[in-house]
Design a protein around this ligand. Structure first.
Ligand code: PLP
Ligand code: COI
Length: 342
């Protein structure tokens, strides 16, 4: 059994900690098999598996929270069940039925219940499903066998300073995805595509890259690990693009923004518009709503200063607190987003 006694629940990084079990399911002979429980952190793969050579690898990210009442709450797993099916179809993999996916999610969380961080800690249990093509192929063709594994790990904030504004960088010489490519699906290769730009940004003191649309390089797409939104004149503005991942967090924040009385615009957003937005942030399961202090256009030296006093903006702060309150059960779940484990 893994050890949870030495975990400092309030100071967790966003990283991997061993838990007790993961769950697995394999598609073979035209059908998904039984859900298996494993205590191994390893998998055995054929050296010619399609996931290794031809990128048939997709994943998901969700979180489970412990409420003040001690109950565990999983945030919108049905949305991730739909998205992993879309990702699978996007790269010719076998979509897992939503009921099976949801059963696996619930099972892996229950099996690792002692790793769901305490309510007060500010941490959560990150749930990471990954599906890979396992059939050996040398010619470029989809596999006909797939394995889906879900592991969990307790995590803290994605950006190490937590809810503090950070700087992001724009480079035109890198794209994470092509205009009609895989950016709209959660395919592992998209993240490989973003690594060089992201490492360069980190080395220059930026927390992330803000990618532009890969066709015209005029519009804002998204950050490496998260969507983007800005606040201006009581309006929540978020980019519409065929090369960004449809974020569950962004969708939820749009609803919360409406509930708060803001207008919501989902439309192409020019980089230059940042000259007069009031707030900007990255949003995602890992990032939650991470405020952006400035966006630096590294190609021409233009710096869009957003959080001028270095503090998170008032609207982003409210959105962040409402989202977390719903996730932890502190606010009523009026949209039916939370799966409570009894
Ligand atoms: N965009 C990218 C590229 C991501 O990796 C993520 C993380 O999952 C998101 C956006 C946010 O999506 P979600 O809110 O569903 O986690
Ligand atoms: C998530 O927010 O769940 C992600 O997958 C982002 C990142 C860790 C890749």
């Amino acid at each position: 059994m893994a050890n949870n006694e030495n975990i400092d629940w309030s100071h967790l990084p966003f990283g991997y900690i061993k838990t007790d079990y993961n769950v697995r399911c394999t598609f073979k002979d035209g059908k998904w098999g039984e859900i298996e429980v494993s205590d191994s952190e390893q998998i055995s793969l054929h050296i010619a598996a399609t996931c290794l050579h031809y990128g048939q690898a997709i994943f998901e990210g969700m979180k489970a929270f412990r409420g003040r009442d001690g109950k565990i709450r999983i945030f919108r797993p049905d949305e991730n069940a739909q998205r992993i099916q879309r990702s699978a179809r996007g790269v010719m993999m076998e979509p897992i039925p939503a009921e099976k996916f949801l059963e696996m999610v619930e099972k892996v969380v229950r099996l690792n219940e002692r790793f769901v961080p305490p309510y007060e800690s500010g941490s959560s249990l990150y749930i990471r499903p990954v599906e890979v093509g396992i059939t050996p192929r040398v010619g470029v063709r989809p596999a006909n066998e797939y394995t889906l594994i879900i592991f969990v790990t307790p995590v803290g904030p994605y950006f190490k300073d937590g809810f503090k504004p950070t700087k992001v960088a724009v480079y035109r010489e890198y794209d994470r995805a092509a205009p009609c490519g895989t950016g709209r699906w959660k395919v592992g290769g998209n993240y490989a595509g973003g690594l060089a730009a992201t490492e360069r940004a980190h080395a220059a003191g930026y927390s992330a890259v803000l990618f532009l649309d890969p066709k015209e390089k005029k519009y804002i797409d998204e950050c490496g690990p998260a969507n983007f939104f800005a606040i201006k004149d009581n309006t929540y503005i978020t980019p519409k693009s065929n090369s960004i991942l449809p974020s569950v967090t962004n969708k939820s924040l749009q609803q919360i923004a409406k509930d708060m009385g803001l207008a919501v615009e989902c439309r192409p957003m020019l980089l230059e518009e940042l000259a007069d937005v009031e707030e900007a942030a990255e949003c995602g399961t890992a990032a939650v709503a991470a405020p952006i202090s400035e966006v630096a256009d590294m190609d021409n030296g233009i710096v869009y200063k957003i959080a001028k006093d270095g503090k998170p903006g008032p609207v982003t702060t409210q959105l962040y607190h409402h989202l977390l309150a719903i996730q932890k059960g502190d606010e009523p779940d009026k949209h039916g987003w939370v799966k409570v484990l009894d």
